[in-house]
Design a protein around this ligand. Structure first.
Ligand SMILES: Cc1cc2nc3c(=O)[nH]c(=O)nc-3n(C[C@H](O)[C@H](O)[C@H](O)COP(=O)(O)O)c2cc1C
Length: 225
């Protein structure tokens, strides 16, 4: 069993999975552990649809890729990415993106390959299960606290998964297609889609899975007083 520090260190986003499905029992254990995530005044604002149905996942992926290819405007509840990246975030983002492409041998100017890799998000990187996380619109109407709570919930899921040798990839790429997701999953009108998390048994042979972007030193993120 990994210690908390080992789970934090060992977790990294995996983008290629074996066909082996994750049992409902294990998914329930991960979700049960994540229920212990703290939230402001314990409102527990996350609502998760845990989807392992191949057809449903394919339908969502197909609809998102169709929308992407149509060039139409985004279809989202929340704007995940900053509208304007400035340094040092711009530099870190670029280093990570190009770092990943370089790691798997994709040239900077090969936009077709880059799009193909991005589309893999909507094929769930071959994983068998995806958690789609929603929040009640009332909780994000003029308030941001529930985003903080749901972010902590995301990390709880990813760390708990480590205990069962399950790997994960958090996805903000789905956020901008939130309205497609609520339609296909037939989610009640009061819910807004936030993000998804892919879960599965990572393919350890896949080159893409050995990519581990570095972190900046503590002095760039922390001020001790
Ligand atoms: C909220 C959030 C959204 C993300 N969205 C995506 C995504 O859509 N697709 C993807 O491949 N990775 C996504 N990532 C993974 C990040 O790229 C990754 O966490 C970061 O590069 C650090 O790498 P690591 O997770 O391997 O440590 C996301 C991560 C977070 C926390």
């Amino acid at each position: 069993m990994p210690t908390v520090l080992q789970a934090l260190k060992n977790r990294s986003s995996k983008r290629a999975y074996l066909k082996k499905p994750v049992s409902k029992e294990v998914l329930e254990k991960i979700l049960t552990a994540a229920q212990m995530t703290p939230s402001g005044t314990n409102i527990q604002p996350w609502i998760t649809y845990a989807v392992s149905d191949k057809n449903v996942l394919k339908n969502i992926g197909d609809a998102i890729i169709k929308k992407m290819n149509s060039g139409e405007k985004k279809n989202q509840f929340i704007q995940y990415s900053p509208l304007n990246f400035i340094n040092p975030y711009k530099k870190r983002r670029k280093e990570t993106g190009f770092g990943l492409y370089n790691h798997i041998g994709i040239k900077k100017d090969d936009s077709e390959a880059r799009i193909r890799i991005w589309h893999d998000n909507f094929r769930w990187f071959g994983a068998s299960s995806v958690f789609f996380v929603f929040v009640d619109k009332v909780n994000i109407d003029g308030a941001q606290g529930s985003f903080i709570d749901c972010g902590a919930y995301m990390q709880s899921i990813m760390l708990a998964a480590q205990e069962f040798k399950i790997d994960t990839c958090p996805q903000g790429s789905t956020t901008e297609f939130g309205k497609i997701i609520v339609d296909i999953l037939n989610v009640p009108d009061n819910l807004a889609f936030l993000y998804s998390i892919v879960l599965g048994y990572a393919d350890k042979e896949a080159k893409i899975n050995s990519f581990q972007p570095a972190r900046v030193p503590l002095k760039e993120s922390v001020v001790f007083i």
